[in-house]
Design a protein around this ligand. Sequence first.
Ligand code: FAD
Length: 471
Amino acid sequence: SLALVWFRHDLRLDDQPALRAALEAGHTPVPVYIHAPEEEGAWAPGAASDAWRHRSLQALQQELEQRGSALHVCTGPTDGALDRLLRRSGAQAVFWNRKYEPATQARDAALKRRLRESGVEVESFNGTLMFEPWDMATQSGGPYKVFTPFWKNAQANLRLPAPWTAPVRLPEPPTLDGHVSIDALGLQPRPRWDESFWEHWQPGEAGAHEALEIFIDGALNGYSEDRDRPDRIGTSRLSPHLHFGEIAVWRVVHALQQACTAANARHVDAYVRELGWREFAYHLLHHFPQTPNENLNPRFEHFNWARVDDAALRAWQQGRTGVPIVDAGLRELWATGYMHNRVRMIVASYLCKHLRYHWLEGARWFWDTLVDADLANNTLGWQWTAGTGADASPYFRVFNPVTQAQRFDPKAEYIARWVPELQALPVKERFAPWLSPELAQRLAPDYPRQPLVDLAEGREAALAAYAASKD
Ligand code: FAD
């Protein structure tokens, strides 16, 4: 018998619960991928995500072919595509791993109902998370809005599946009509602004495993301190791999536990806690599905965001704000599809507070340009930084981008790497070049003379808007 294994955000073979279940039930898995971005609504994948997916699908296809199987790729709408695939293959079953974005979840629930009613066996699995978002509840039975108690409860109940390695030979699926080549899906950006990404990344399952190994042998052993340092390789850079499901989160935790020693135990804990933020983000998205578009905290319903001035937003997007750490982050993003977490917080705070743009403007830009753009994590990150979300940093805590940079990029190396116009300046002057106008004019003539807004004035205006939002 045959079973469709519908790949979505689980572009891997190891630790693939849907694939595993199909094999264990004695089915021949028919791996399929259905391209239907419009079904993801307002948050259909952005351009950088598409560029990653293109490569990740190619890697998956290759992996499957090496094992004697194949990936059947077709286009949506999903409803009709699944019907056609079932008819053409003669399969009686569809297996998939769950997704949690509200639009997709609603679509999948309807599909499941309809297919089951027509006699098809449908099974869905958790391929993405340590916990299902609905598994965790406060003592009164509601969702968590604060991370620490959420994580305490989660840790006390942590039971992860053992790693599973896919067989080296898979049964050969039938060849089906209607196959579309991955190249024809239109996932590659036009023009090819993603070309500079790929020296930094290897999309696909093999790349994910390699990134994990590199992290365990290196940065893990200083993670608690170095994770905040954009000038160092202090983090795992697993986020796009986790987002596309190229590696299972429980495989990561398992590998860290195996590598855990008395010397690095606190780093392992700190890292698993960050993975806990990812779980928390999915928990929030599930229970508050409006939050990708709306403030979680109703106080911000009538907040006086600054009037939208396209020029300032464009300067932020292009890394031309005149604040070096902010510009460095946005240029890192443009060149690599990634930005360091500390810098994400700094640029987001600057946009929402000093420039007083609605956080959605920033969330949208990240959505289009991050290779790890993830609806749960991005929504949490922006609402947290803007102060409008659950367990948020309060709005009145305005990051000072200059002191942040001095603290976390003390030699201004990260700044110099991404903002080369500032390289000739002495380290001390690279943080706030407008304070040394003569030197800046001579040694960094191509960099903006003044920041978009005076940092003190921007901060005051933000605090005034916050005070006014009380009534
Ligand atoms: P590591 O430090 O190695 O962390 C390991 C993993 O833990 C990450 O891969 C990620 O899956 C998870 N993680 C770490 N920090 C967080 C966090 N704060 N929230 C949720 N999960 C976390 N992360 C995304 O994956 N996609 C996004 O779209 C995204 N948007 C963000 C927007 C803003 C404004 C902010 C402040 C943060 C955002 N983050 C997002 C969270 C975080 O910045 C990235 O997960 C992290 O930088 C990825 O690098 P890493 O894999 O080397 O992290």
